[in-house]
Design a protein around this ligand. Sequence first.
Ligand code: PHE
Length: 357
Amino acid sequence: MDDLKVKYLTQIANASDEAELEAVRLAAVGKKGEVALKMRELGKMTPEQRQVAGPALNALKDEINSALLAKKAALADAALDERLRSEWLDVTLPTRPRGVGSLHPISQASEELTAIFAELGFSVQEGPRVDTDWYNFDALNIPGHHPARAEMDTFYMHRAEGDDRPPHVLRTHTSPVQIRSMEKMGAPLRIICPGGVYRADYDQTHTPMFHQVEGLALDKNISMANLKWVLEEFVKAFFEVDDVELRFRASHFPFTEPSAEVDIRCSWEGGTLKIGEGDDWLEILGSGMVHPKVIAAGGIDPDVYQGFAFGIGIDRLAMLKYGIPDLRAFFESDLRWLRHYGFSCLDVPTLHGGLSR
Ligand code: PHE
């Protein structure tokens, strides 16, 4: 019995995995194992022999069983240790580099045009998107009865019951910033104001919210020729080409006299929008010489100062430059669209470094 004990305890100690241990268990204390065979021999023994051998065999069986259990636990511990060693992760390592998002084409276009006008000496001004009807209309020579108010499809803000003052509006253009800038800065003046504007309109080239950049230059001897040069220089720089065909069309705005709308030659063939070719024209801006009444409304003497103003549709510029045919997609927040048309936020557009690279 001592031989059996030494033999199996050694085998158990040496077992290197669970399968080996199971084999030892079957050979030792399994139904047909050596200890079971010894138990069977008890029948042939005398009662005296049995009284000694029985308890001894049971003790041997118990000892082997508990050695098996202990070894099993030790093997499991070792396996866990091994897994912990091999599957170890350094959670303090930096994460994988991920994109930090992308710039919306309108943000990109705004940065680009700001860089261009900055080079031409224009500073950037801002104004509120909810404005009084005085700034949005009256000060711009659009009095209450004027049809231009209806043409603009204005969104009016709600006034409290019983409040008879004229309602605030969602600004229908960036032109109110002309007045605010004149009030704030006086003349001479050279500013642009990029920003969101609102009109109740919705189709392939119109959305209820869109973006304009207002421009205003006031001095003592500014003429329509200066306006034309600035716009041509701007369009060439923005589209990064030597020549772009522009069409100046006589037009009417209450706040400029004379006024011109400017279209750019483009083609819509096959659903893609291309600039500089084709037989179509896309209107991209309104402009003109600032009306004396508007200069006066801004607190400046129109007999001393004159100048030009323009309002360019930023979204239209972005559509043309990046070949995006439907304006509505700009505002649908579809991540796949943004990943496709978005720009790196780390590339700041400059005239010397390249605008849209
Ligand atoms: N505010 C005009 C518009 O939204 C554009 C414009 C601006 C025209 C400045 C002339 C001068 O249509």
